[in-house]
Design a protein. Structure first.
Length: 277
């Protein structure tokens, strides 16, 4: 899916100063990997940005396509980096997936490819996990995926289970490179089954809308901050949010010309946004 826009509708502004907004109600949806940290290293200034949000009681939510970690796991990771937040500040693609499925088919069942974060979210929303006639096959990231698991998922899809993706990220960054992401696994199952998956992570409007409602703001009051054009920025643009791209992660300035859309603002890192608060 793509977004087209005229130059007057969206622009990239490399000036780190924003128009004054102190009197306006506002809040932030913030990606994590590449924005707050890279791997296990804090990106300088991101802790001060989050602390300013907390001190000024500005609503915010961390948004992540990482389905492996539970909200408690994410809170602990941030605490180890010196950022102390509550689980209410965390919103993962596992939560959006579980919440959506529970709204569509309460007390349903799923065959799950994924780790503890996804399993916890589904259990918390009343879902049973089984491999016999499940309502859905739900795909997240997992470190123990093998061909037997994929073969079982394919069999269940062909027998009528609906295919659900927590996200469509093709790969995930790890120390020293990348590994196949959820999107790669989903592509395998889509090709083999000739069925299309419904994705419920960024840039899905379903997740982006849920996140906005979590912080109780209107569309025009939300800023989406991220390092990835395909998920963070596109997801924000599709919802009509103000978007801020940071160059501390995956997307670099020379790559912007590849896209038919642009963020509202592009800056080196979160520390360049502190003056807005």
């Amino acid at each position: 899916m793509s977004v087209s826009a005229t130059p007057s509708e969206v622009f990239v502004n490399t000036d780190t100063k924003f128009p004054p907004t102190p009197d306006k109600k506002r809040g932030y949806l913030i990606d994590m990997d590449g924005v707050i940290y890279r791997g296990n290293k804090l990106i300088p200034g991101s802790d001060y940005f989050v602390q300013s949000l907390l001190e000024k009681e500005i609503p915010f939510l961390f948004l992540t396509n990482n389905s492996q970690r539970s909200r408690c796991d994410v809170v602990l990771k941030l605490a180890n980096l010196g950022i102390n937040v509550e689980i209410e500040h965390i919103f993962t693609c596992s939560i959006s997936t579980a919440r959506f499925l529970a709204s569509q088919k309460p007390s349903g069942s799923a065959y799950v490819i994924g780790d503890a974060g996804l399993l916890t979210a589904l259990h918390d929303h009343g879902y049973a996990i089984n491999d016999t006639n499940p309502d859905y096959v739900v795909v997240g990231e997992g470190r123990l995926i093998n061909f037997e698991v994929l073969e079982k998922a394919l069999q269940l899809i062909m027998e009528g289970a609906k295919l659900i993706a927590t996200n469509l990220d093709p790969n995930c960054p790890i120390d020293g490179g990348i590994r196949p992401g959820c999107g790669s696994i989903v592509a395998f199952l889509e090709t083999a089954s000739n069925r299309k998956a419904l994705s419920l992570g960024k840039p899905s409007p379903i997740m982006m809308r849920m996140a906005r409602k979590e912080i109780d703001l209107r569309t025009e009051e939300v800023t989406m901050i991220g390092d990835t054009m395909d998920t963070d920025i596109l997801g924000g643009l599709q919802m009509g949010y103000r978007t801020v791209l940071v160059y501390s992660g995956s997307t670099q300035p020379h790559e912007l010309d590849q896209y038919p859309y642009a963020p509202s603002l592009a800056i080196p890192s979160l520390k360049d946004l502190i003056t807005e608060l």
